[in-house]
Design a protein around this ligand. Structure first.
Ligand SMILES: *Cc1c(COP(=O)(O)O)cnc(C)c1O
Length: 469
């Protein structure tokens, strides 16, 4: 029997909550991020017992301590089975070897071809389950420049308790990315093409959440990457590959192409749970705030520059706050102070002994677009492996810190067909979309174009809620 898990905020001023409430709340009221009051630990024998389990079963067993007290284990197991039932690979998260000691774990076999499906497919089902229990509905609202929106839409489509409204900047997402959203025609899905930039979309979403009356009336909720449940749902694949490569009787290392720090944080959580993880390599593109921090203790905000790996074009990695809280020995006051100052000055002060702790485990590597293209070319030429730009950055980061005798597993976060222009530039091939999406360009689209104006957008959300209530 495991006791109920309670969650606390990194800033120490929000109510303690259980898993279901944290799932629905997303961000804590004090501006902090929720994380477990204590880390569950698996013994070496408990890890060994998970070897060879089908992925959905393993996922449920690994997540069970986090959902304890909120979701019954057999319910969780059923939700995991459903969540991964429509992936286009029997292993769900297959592992491939590309070089001596260097492996790739593919996380892009879900409906939108990016790793966000790993968590989002489960999240949609968790939301539906908890809301059904409570007799409630919510309206998921989000802004997207690409991958997150389609993963959220796929997770919510047709779910009775959910409506989803996604704002994207008109004409500024790739055709594949837009069509992955706009060809979903279920009545609970609304796509708004905003006449503006991604930042305008994000501002509109923030403004809707800040409009307290609107927020309450519309039952607004979010599934962004600070939601604890997304982190929890990303832990199992690290366990899966580690066990396959000899853990807990051998150490492993992971390399992760990183933006908001959510994916790599899940690897760190697996380590907290007792998985023998020797090193975590963080790959960035030219937006290299994390590798600057890890290499020089320089966490300062520069402007975002567009790159071949757009899902990592990020200034502030919001999930880093959870690691910071731990590095500060869970001193919530110090964490709140550091984050407030960071927000105000654009620079984070991390005392050297604290930085040293991060450095003992994490390594940072940044690749510009030329280096990314060179890496894609190298993998294709030397290992016949087609890596998308994000994945290529992760693999290069892993290679840089590979140690003999310790398998390095790099996370493949997107299917190469999602980035045909970059692939063509690197290797002269436009990879084909997998079968399930082969007719994407023949499907009818539905979206509404709307000005970047709060009143106009709130009107559209209201209409979407009315239509679905
Ligand atoms: C979101 C995303 C990332 C970054 O993941 P984080 O959890 O934000 O660090 C990397 N690659 C792809 C393809 C993504 O969609």
């Amino acid at each position: 029997m495991i006791g109920p898990m309670r969650y606390i905020s990194t800033r120490g001023q929000a109510p303690v909550r259980d898993f279901s409430s944290v799932l629905l709340a997303g961000l804590a009221e004090d501006g902090g991020l929720y994380l477990p009051e204590s880390w569950p630990e698996f013994s070496p024998q408990q890890w060994r017992d998970l070897r060879g389990l089908p992925y959905p079963e393993l996922a449920a067993r690994v997540m069970a301590p986090f959902t304890a007290g909120s979701i019954a284990p057999d319910v969780l197991a059923g939700l995991c089975r459903d969540a991964y039932a429509h992936f286009d690979h029997a292993a769900i998260v297959p592992l491939t070897q590309v070089e001596d000691g260097l492996f790739v774990q593919e996380l892009f076999h879900g409906p939108t071809l990016a790793f966000k499906d790993m968590a989002m497919q489960l999240l949609g089902r968790l939301f539906d389950h908890v809301l059904t229990q409570r007799g409630e509905h919510v309206t998921i609202v989000g802004a997207t420049s690409g991958d997150t929106g389609s993963a959220a839409i796929e997770a919510c489509r047709g779910r009775e308790r959910l409506r989803v409204v996604i704002l994207h900047p008109e004409g500024r997402t790739s055709d594949v990315q837009r069509r992955q959203m706009t060809t979903v025609l279920e009545p609970n899905v609304t796509n708004l093409a905003v006449q503006g930039t991604f930042d305008d979309c994000q501002d509109m979403v923030k403004a809707m959440f800040a409009d307290a009356a609107f927020r309450t009336d519309m039952h607004l909720s979010a599934v962004n990457s600070i939601n604890w449940a997304r982190i929890a749902a990303q832990v199992p694949y690290y366990v899966y590959s580690a066990l396959a490569l000899g853990a807990p009787d051998r150490e492993v290392a992971f390399a992760v192409p990183t933006g908001n720090f959510g994916n790599v944080l899940a690897a760190w959580v697996a380590r907290q749970m007792g998985l023998p993880v020797r090193a975590l390599c963080v790959g960035s593109n030219r937006n290299d705030i994390l590798s600057r921090f890890l290499n020089e203790n320089d966490m300062s905000i520069h402007g975002v520059v567009p790159s071949l790996s757009p899902s990592m074009d990020i200034q502030v990695s919001s999930n880093f706050e959870r690691l910071l809280f731990e590095l500060l020995d869970r001193d919530a006051e110090a964490c709140a102070r550091t984050m407030t100052e960071f927000r105000k000055t654009g620079r984070m002060h991390v005392p050297t002994p604290v930085w040293d702790k991060a450095n003992a485990l994490f390594h940072g590597v940044a690749l510009d677009d030329d280096a990314t293209v060179a890496e894609i070319r190298r993998l294709h030429a030397e290992s016949q492996y087609m890596a998308d730009p994000h994945t290529a950055i992760g693999i290069a980061a892993g290679r840089a810190f590979r140690e003999s005798g310790i398998p390095m597993v790099a996370m493949a976060t997107a299917h190469p067909a999602k980035f045909p222009d970059a692939m063509e530039k690197a290797i002269g091939i436009r990879p084909a979309l997998p079968e399930a999406l082969a007719d994407l360009f023949d499907r009818p689209e539905r979206y509404e174009v709307v000005a970047a104006d709060l009143a106009a957008i709130e009107d559209r959300v209201r209409a979407a809620v009315l239509k679905n209530s």
